[in-house]
Design a protein around this ligand. Structure first.
Ligand code: CUA
Length: 420
C-alpha cells in the first residue's frame, strides 16, 4: 500500500463551508419552528387560527420533532465519524478493517424508517380524512381564481346556486363570521391557480372546469392574508387575497349591506358624472355594479337569466367595504401605508381597515388612498403588470389603460368612493 496523500486544503475548506451552511439552515429552521408563531408573519403556517389549520399543526409538530431527532442523529453521526476517522497522517500505511454488511444492522435500518413512515402515514391519512369531511351546516362560498385576482360567490340561501337572487358576489376579500365553518368550492376562470390562507388551512388548487371542495374556519376575529401559490402568469405574485373574520353581528350587517344595490349618486354631482363615465367607458363591460351595469337577458329555453356583463373583473357594487384592491396588493384606505408593509406586523389594520364602511357605514374620506386610486386609473399596468390584450376568446388579461383624462379620473374616483 502506498501512503495516501493528505486531504488537500481546498477540499477541507469546502467541507467546513458545507458544515457551516447546513448548521445555519438547520438552526434557522429550529428558530422559526420555536419562535415563528410569536409575531404575525403574513403567510406563516406555524401560527394557526382555526380548526383546520390546527389539525395540520397537530400533524406537523410531532412529525417535525421526530425529523429533528433523526436529523440531529444523522448530522451528528456524520460529523463524529468524519472527525474521529479523519486522515491523521501518522498511520497512512494502515488500511482500515473492511466490513461487508452486518445482517442485524441492515434489517434494523430498513425496518425502523419503514415503521416511522408507516406511523406518520396513518396520522397523515387521518388528518386528510378530517380536512375533507363535508360540513353540511357550513356557509357555502364559490371561490374563483382569475388572472390576477380572486372572486367570491356566496350561496346565501343554501339552494346550491352561487349566483341566484339573494346571493352575494364580491372580490379580493372574503368576509366570514368567527367560529362558523365555511365550505369553499374552488375553481378557476382561466388557468390553474391555488387558493391558500395559511392561518386558516392548507392550499387547494383552482382548476378551470373543476370544483374542488375546501374549508375555512377561524376561532379568532382578525384579518388573514393569502396568496395564489400556483404560477399563473405575469402577475402571479400580485394575486393576493384577504379573509376578514368578523363577529356574527358585523357579519350580519355586512350581508344586509352587500344585498343592497349600489348607492345612487346625487344628481348633478361629481359622483354622478363619474357614474356616467363608468357606464359610457369600457369599465361597465367588465365590472359589475349591481343596479348600474347589470343588464340581463332571459334565456327562453332554459328560463335562466344571464348577465350581459362578462363579470370577468371584480364586482364594484360595494367597493369601499373592502380594505384593499388591485389583487389586494394596495390599501384602499390609509395612503400613508399604501401597500400595507409599514407598521407593527401584529396590527391587522395595516391591511387597509375599511372601518365602518365594512358594514355599509360612513366612508372616512380622509383615509381613502386617493393617490393610488388615481395612479391605478391613469395606468393600471404601472401598479400591477398585466397583459390587457384580447386573446382568441376575446378576454383581456387585466385592466386596459383607457386613456382617461385627469378630470374623468377625478369624477370616477368621486363615484367609486361613494360605493359603501
Ligand atoms: Cu393565480 Cu398564481
Amino acid at each position: 500500500m502506498s501512503p495516501s496523500p493528505r486531504t488537500p486544503l481546498a477540499v477541507r475548506i469546502f467541507g467546513g463551508f458545507v458544515v457551516v451552511i447546513v448548521t445555519l439552515v438547520f438552526g434557522l429552521m429550529v428558530k422559526e419552528f420555536i419562535w415563528g408563531g410569536r409575531t404575525l408573519h403574513e403567510l406563516t403556517t406555524l401560527d394557526p387560527k382555526g380548526t383546520f389549520s390546527n389539525d395540520i399543526q397537530n400533524l406537523v409538530n410531532p412529525v417535525f420533532a421526530v425529523a429533528m431527532v433523526i436529523g440531529i442523529a444523522v448530522i451528528g453521526g456524520v460529523g463524529f465519524i468524519a472527525w474521529h476517522f479523519r486522515d491523521k497522517g501518522d498511520d497512512a500505511e494502515e488500511f482500515p478493517v473492511q466490513l461487508h454488511g452486518k445482517t442485524s444492522f441492515e434489517i434494523g435500518w430498513t425496518a425502523l424508517p419503514a415503521l416511522i413512515l408507516a406511523v406518520v402515514g396513518v396520522f397523515t391519512v387521518l388528518t386528510l380524512i378530517q380536512l375533507n369531511k363535508p360540513a353540511p351546516e357550513a356557509l357555502k362560498v364559490e371561490v374563483y381564481g382569475q388572472q390576477w385576482w380572486w372572486g367570491f360567490h356566496y350561496d346565501m340561501n343554501g339552494d346550491g346556486n352561487y349566483q341566484g337572487d339573494g346571493d352575494i358576489t364580491t372580490a379580493t376579500e372574503l368576509v366570514i363570521p368567527v367560529g362558523r365553518t365555511v365550505e369553499l368550492s374552488v375553481t378557476s376562470n382561466d388557468v390553474i391557480h391555488s387558493f391558500w390562507i395559511p392561518a386558516l388551512n392548507g392550499k387547494r388548487d383552482a382548476v378551470p372546469g373543476q370544483h374542488h371542495p375546501w374549508k375555512l374556519q377561524s376561532n379568532t376575529i382578525g384579518v388573514y392574508r393569502g396568496q395564489c401559490t400556483e404560477f399563473c402568469g405575469l402577475s402571479h405574485a400580485n394575486m393576493r387575497m384577504i379573509v376578514r373574520v368578523v363577529s356574527q353581528a358585523d357579519y350580519d350587517a355586512w350581508v344586509a349591506n352587500q344585498l343592497k344595490p349600489a348607492r345612487e349618486p346625487e344628481p348633478g354631482s361629481q359622483a354622478a358624472a363619474g357614474q356616467a363615465i363608468f357606464k359610457a367607458q369600457l369599465c361597465s363591460s367588465c365590472h359589475l355594479i349591481n343596479g348600474v351595469s347589470n343588464d340581463s337577458v332571459n334565456n327562453p329555453t332554459t328560463g335562466v337569466t344571464h348577465q350581459l356583463q362578462s363579470g370577468v373583473a371584480p364586482n364594484l357594487t360595494h367597493f369601499m367595504t373592502r380594505g384593499t384592491f388591485i389583487g389586494s396588493i394596495q390599501n384602499l384606505y390609509d395612503p400613508t401605508n399604501p401597500d400595507g408593509s409599514a407598521g407593527d406586523p401584529n396590527d391587522v389594520s395595516r391591511f387597509g381597515d375599511p372601518g365602518d364602511a365594512l358594514t355599509g357605514g360612513t366612508i372616512d374620506q380622509s383615509r381613502v388612498n386617493r393617490p393610488t386610486l388615481e395612479a391605478w386609473l391613469r395606468n393600471p399596468s404601472g401598479l400591477k403588470p398585466m397583459s390587457p390584450v384580447k386573446d382568441k376568446a376575446g378576454l383581456l388579461r387585466g385592466m386596459p389603460n383607457l386613456g382617461l383624462t385627469e378630470a374623468q379620473i377625478d369624477q370616477l374616483i368621486a363615484y367609486l368612493t361613494t360605493l359603501n
